[in-house]
Design a protein around this ligand. Structure first.
Ligand code: ADP
Length: 453
């Protein structure tokens, strides 16, 4: 059953129950009060009748005027019986015609009135001596007079009318109330369905002052944003990994091709470089397993002490055949024996990305120069090429993820727009900074500064 229907029904049911209880209790209490009141009234009026008849009889020396008494009994709606001291009936007015039935029931006046006939006896006194007794008889239900009946039916009508009005108001209130509850719930349900069907950016915007509903919508929104974040991390992770695996694989492929072509001797030194690259690949794959368990995607730095001059030389040796193959030059100007403490594999990743980028954008007489120096404990690395350069309008976005300059060259090279953003993340994870200077048509220079560890 729908919540709104359920709410309205429960509302109406509780209104009906309360009206029945109220009318029942008030009916009983009012009847009781009414009865007490009438009994008291009757006692008073019987006292008065007794007094008047007593006075009348004394005044007339106990002589009875039957006509007068008959009229009197009729007008008072009672049966009058007078007895002497020997209990002998001297006078009896007889049952009145409309007695005990109220004037509204005159059409039934020949029938016997409902209820018990009751008599109350009063002594007829003349000073201290008792002359006889007066019995005043009446039908016990005679309190159901017209006015009492009208009062009771008016009361019942009032209950029925107020019941209708209350139910009407109740329905209006329950409709408003259930709308106030169900509208935000429907919004939240729709948002949950949207999220379920893959729209992770769907958010519930509810306008409610019910704490539980506000909390529920916050929870759904939180769930949505957490899922969206996870999805984002998953995608980012997948693209970063594929980018990072591609570079060493290309290096390996080029080297093996160079060996097969006979342009690169398979010397121990060269094979060591290939071995190194293979180990790095294996390391990357190993890291995959661990990093997938991470809640957040962050770059984890594993610092070791190593000779960065030597490292760059090895990288250059590895890249030389690739550059030579295209008749490009790879120059170095490295300060000797600089020792650093940083993540060696990540540093290699930086250089691989930069050198892979440069070679893509070189033209005839292409040349790349790598510089390494230490200034005031900072290690500064430069990678400068005389390639096609980058337009000034693209420079501000060059480190953004997936940003690629739209050139015909780029369509051929088929990068993913991730290389520079990964380089920047690694540099920053080491506390360093990166700067890119480029002139369209002249070349590009990247400068990285690592602070001392
Ligand atoms: P990609 O994987 O596409 O190379 P990057 O983040 O490494 O992505 O580079 C982003 C864009 O910057 C590239 O599309 C390219 O146009 C430009 N770019 C990067 N390095 C150079 C460079 N040395 N010379 C010219 N353009 C470059």
């Amino acid at each position: 059953m729908k919540l709104s229907k359920k709410l309205t029904l429960s509302f109406i049911l509780s209104i009906l129950i309360s009206i029945i209880i109220i009318s029942f209790i008030s009916n009983i209490r009012i009847n009781k009060r009414f009865e007490n009141f009438l009994v008291r009234e009757r006692e008073n009026s019987f006292d008065r009748i007794h007094e008047e008849i007593n006075e009348h009889l004394i005044k007339n020396n106990f002589r009875i005027n039957e006509m007068d008494l008959k009229h009197y009994a009729l007008s008072e709606d009672v049966v009058l019986t007078i007895k002497d001291n020997d209990n002998k009936v001297i006078y009896n007015s007889g049952m009145g015609m409309g007695m005990g039935m109220g004037h509204g029931r005159m059409n039934r006046m020949h029938s016997i009135p409902e209820g018990n006939y009751v008599e109350t006896s009063y002594p007829i006194m003349d000073g201290a001596s008792k002359l006889g007794s007066l019995n005043i008889g009446y039908i016990d239900n005679s309190y159901l007079t017209d006015s009492a009946m009208i009062f009771k039916s008016t009361l019942t009508q009032s209950f029925i009318i107020s019941g209708f009005i209350t139910i009407l108001i109740g329905i209006i209130i329950s409709v408003v109330l259930s709308k106030g509850l169900t509208t935000p719930l429907i919004i939240i349900r729709n948002t949950a369905n949207d999220i379920r069907s893959g729209n992770l950016h769907a958010r519930a915007r509810v306008n409610s002052n019910t704490t539980e509903i506000v909390e529920l919508s916050e929870s759904i929104n939180y769930l949505g944003s957490t899922l969206a974040k996870q999805e984002e991390i998953r995608k980012r992770y997948a693209s970063d990994i594929s980018h990072e695996l591609r570079t060493p694989l290309t290096t390996l492929k080029t080297h093996i091709e160079a060996i097969i072509d006979g342009v690169w001797e398979p010397t121990n030194e060269h094979l060591d470089i290939l071995m190194d690259e293979t180990s790095r690949l294996a390391g990357l794959v190993d890291n995959l397993k661990d990093s997938f368990n991470e809640e957040d995607y962050r770059i984890y730095i594993n610092k070791t002490r190593f000779n960065i001059t030597k490292e760059i030389e090895d990288i250059v040796t590895a890249f030389e055949p690739i550059y030579n193959k295209s008749d490009y030059k790879l120059n170095t100007s490295l300060e000797n024996n600089i020792e650093v403490r940083m993540d060696r594999d990540k540093f290699k990743q930086i250089m691989n990305n930069l050198l892979a980028n440069s070679i893509r954008y070189l033209d005839k007489n292409g040349e790349v120069s790598i510089g390494l120096k230490r200034i005031k404990q900072n290690v500064i690395i430069n990678v400068k090429d005389n390639g096609i350069g980058i337009k000034e309008s693209d420079l501000s976005q060059i480190f953004d993820r997936f940003y690629r300059v739209d050139t015909s060259r780029n369509k051929m090279t088929g990068g993913s727009g991730l290389g520079l953003s990964i380089v920047k993340s690694i540099v920053e994870a080491h506390g360093g900074s990166i700067k890119l200077l480029s002139k369209y048509g002249e070349g590009t220079e990247i400068e990285i500064i690592f602070p001392p560890d």
